[in-house]
Design a protein around this ligand. Structure first.
Ligand SMILES: Nc1nc2c(ncn2[C@@H]2O[C@H](COP(=O)(O)OP(=O)(O)O)[C@@H](O)[C@H]2O)c(=O)[nH]1
Ligand SMILES: [Mg+2]
Length: 372
């Protein structure tokens, strides 16, 4: 096309786009750019930083880089978090035929990039993965516990993908755009593990080639890995296993409900042992269990639509009580009708519970934790 239209120069059409998700990486972004410039001397690439409204000045640092270098772009998201979705949107913002994904914190070895590009261009693979577990690679200075967790997570990933890959947890890879496009509509987009998501969502297994590297030490800023990342990982696995049939949010909502029953019984038993009247004990247990469920749902099930601040929380809690009370009436009503129609007691009870939980789930997602 460049030959037909002289106004389109080769420089304006990068061969490779490097997508870098950032959240509070102010001291790392320009260092990373210097490293990229050193290993990729021919300017046939661009870098797209996808920033989730960092609070440490990363945004301003990115603006300065963008003004100075035409091949640096910054995509800003407001009110959003999530490494995977940031990467997906970064990739969708470019039309380069090859896309690399790497962290901003200099833990990924940029020296692999030219080799990855070479192998993709010469059609040796569709997807090049930087692996810490291949011979010659290493997790560097990780504590033993983090190595163990990563190993377990890698093993779990075997349930949702059969692609031969030693490091499905890797956040450092390069992919052919057409391979990404084939998977993009099936992506779960949940959490931290975008490579695994792509592997599990590809309609035909991509040809994967791995290159070993040693995971570097973070020099500046902090890791954003926390307990929620584990939950998001379980979310991704469940979504790929059963998401076609049951929404994962419903599974988590039901599990929270199950925990609520445990809390309820613990309080009821304690109050009973202390000699409190049954009605009082049961009422107390119900209120505490519902409050516990509300806050756990707010933190886990609906964490992406989390209610914050005293008033929204109070309003949410009262609405939750109202919704659950209606759910309880439906539960008992249905169970009673079935029982009278000579269903066994436990089948009637299960049917009642299912109706109650489905109602609670539907009503809470419509009335309390709405999409903002
Ligand atoms: N845009 C965006 N980037 C994120 C988010 N969480 C982490 N990152 C970036 O993703 C990369 C990997 O995160 P990091 O905390 O270093 O994970 P770790 O290497 O597993 O400890 C870094 O460049 C982070 O700045 C997020 O919610 N949104
Ligand atoms: Mg890191």
């Amino acid at each position: 096309m460049a030959a037909e239209d002289p106004s389109i120069s080769a420089v304006s059409a990068p061969m490779l786009s490097i997508i870098v998700p950032t959240f509070n990486e102010v001291d790392n972004v320009s260092l990373l750019l210097e490293k990229l410039k050193a290993v990729l001397p021919v300017q046939n690439w661009e870098v797209v930083f996808v920033d989730d409204d960092s609070t440490d000045g990363t945004k301003e640092a990115l603006h300065r880089l963008c003004r100075k270098y035409p091949y640096v772009r910054s995509l800003e998201r407001i009110g959003r978090r999530g490494l995977s979705s940031a990467v997906v949107e970064g990739i969708l913002s470019t039309s380069a035929p090859f896309v690399a994904v790497m962290d901003a914190d200099l833990q990924h070895d940029e020296r692999l990039l030219p080799h990855m590009l070479e192998d993709l261009q010469s059609d040796k693979a569709d997807l090049m993965v930087g692996s810490r577990y291949l011979e010659g690679g290493s997790t560097g200075e990780w504590e033993a516990s983090r190595v163990r967790i990563s190993r377990v997570a890698t093993w779990l990933s075997g349930f949702i993908t059969s692609v031969e890959c030693t490091d499905t947890m890797s956040g450092f890879f390069m992919i052919r755009r057409s391979t990404f496009d084939a998977a993009v509509r099936q992506l779960s987009g949940q959490g931290f593990k975008i490579l695994l998501d792509i592997l599990a969502s590809s309609p035909t297994p991509p040809r994967v080639k791995e290159l070993p590297y040693t995971f570097g030490i973070r020099q500046h800023g902090e890791s954003k890995l926390d307990a929620l990342v584990t939950l998001e990982y379980i979310n991704l696995i469940l979504d790929k296993l059963v998401g076609r049939w049951i929404p994962v949010r419903f599974i988590i909502f039901s599990a929270v409900g199950g925990l609520g029953v445990v809390v309820h019984m613990a309080i009821l038993t304690t109050a009973h042992v202390l000699g409190e009247p049954f009605l009082l004990s049961q009422s107390l247990a119900t209120i505490v269990a519902m409050t516990f469920n509300f806050f756990l749902n707010n933190a886990l099930t609906y964490r992406d639509k989390q209610l914050k601040g005293t008033w929204p929380l109070l309003k949410g809690l009262l609405s939750f009580f109202a919704v659950c009370s209606l759910g309880a009436v439906a539960n008992v009503g249905i169970a009673n009708v079935l029982f009278q129609r000579s269903f066994t007691w436990w089948l009637s009870a299960i049917a009642g519970i299912i109706v109650g939980v489905v109602w609670n789930f539907a009503a809470t997602s419509i009335f309390i934790w709405r999409r903002r």
